[in-house]
Design a protein around this ligand. Sequence first.
Ligand SMILES: [Zn+2]
Length: 451
Amino acid sequence: MVFKSASLPSPRDSSAGAQRLHDLVSRTEHAQWRDARRIAKDQLGNVRSLLKHAVEHSSFYSEKFKGIGTESLCWEEFQQLPILSRQELKSAKAEIDCESVPGSHGALTNTMTSGSTGSPVEVRATDRVNLQWRCNALRDHLWHQRDASLTMAGIRWRAKNEAMAPKGWDLPNWGDPHSRFYETGKAYFLNSSSSTDAQLAWLLERDPHYLVSHPSNLRALLLLMEEQSKRLKNLVQVRTVGEQVTDELRQLVSRLAGVPLVDAYTSQEIGYMALQCPLHNHYHTLSDSVVFEIVNSEGKPCEVGELGRVVITSLHNFATPLIRYDVGDMAIRGGACDCGRGLPVVEKLAGRVRNMLQLPDGSTRWPNFGFRKIMEVVPLQQFQLVQKDLETIEFHAVVKQKPNTQQESAIRNILIEHLGHPFTIEFCYPSSIPRSANGKFEDFVSLPSCR
Ligand SMILES: [Zn+2]
């Protein structure tokens, strides 16, 4: 089945920038229907240009890729290039940066930072990188047929305690890039560091049509709504960014909010990497923006259905080239999609390596911990599992009333059954669970000693 999405209206202003953005969206939206082989061929041309520039203008890559014929490079050769680790990006950042950028890429515009592991990485961007970011934001909008005349609320992490409850920000429109093409409804923004109670009060007052937030924050909000028997009457779609979306969260949104959840895979140092398919819960990688590889423990491309590490090449960043960059996430490769797009499929985004369960036999897996069953034993306001070592898991829970021994025993059995190994379970009941360095909640964390 081919399901064509809506096309972008003409820009509302006559600036060259708006027209350029419009043309890029039209071009990439058109190109997605090509077959996978043609898409890969076009992409290889972009890879060669990036590598050529990096070798000529970055001392790091000229050394690392010495002797590589960038202009005749094939995919097999590309897949054997060394992988860039986050640690390497941090320590060799000055050498990775190119000393010049093509004039057509515009100015070095901003510094994007990511603090998801508590240690920020600085990556430079250009006008060209930002153009691609805005293009993908609009494509997400088109794929999921949002009505821009409606209201949009965002509850997301923001530094410096800006936009805190009870007020947040009330904005006249959705902002760039949407307001350049649509007369949009109002937008509201709240810092996700605000307490969940305050977030819910703020949301109920505004009752938006669209809500975008981080998965863990969304879950806390939904559970509070359920506890207080509250409902957002206008809501038509929930959007998520920044963390792994589990099947359980999708079910929770459907059950408690009665609307679909639409996810996007982005990172601050790269931008959009994949969008959720309009017809399925899986994702399409954005071949115009990134080369999205999923590699197994031997460094080879994963087969369909296989879990591996996500390795990204950012095709338009000629200022700080990220070539075969290990973003620290795991994903499962998918097969072809019946929506008609030739873009590669990611069956599941399985989250960060630090959020994976490590089993004593050396295998790694995304933990399923029977959250719903645990909630039937005792209502949790918040929880987190911390794997201390290969045999011990701490169950941290914020609860109104501490579970009794019988309830603890039931929770222990559920966890052991779902985790697939007879771990020693230790119970802790803190008054709150701290967020990670970038303000996110993590359901499951394995400490470095396990990995
Ligand atoms: Zn699809």
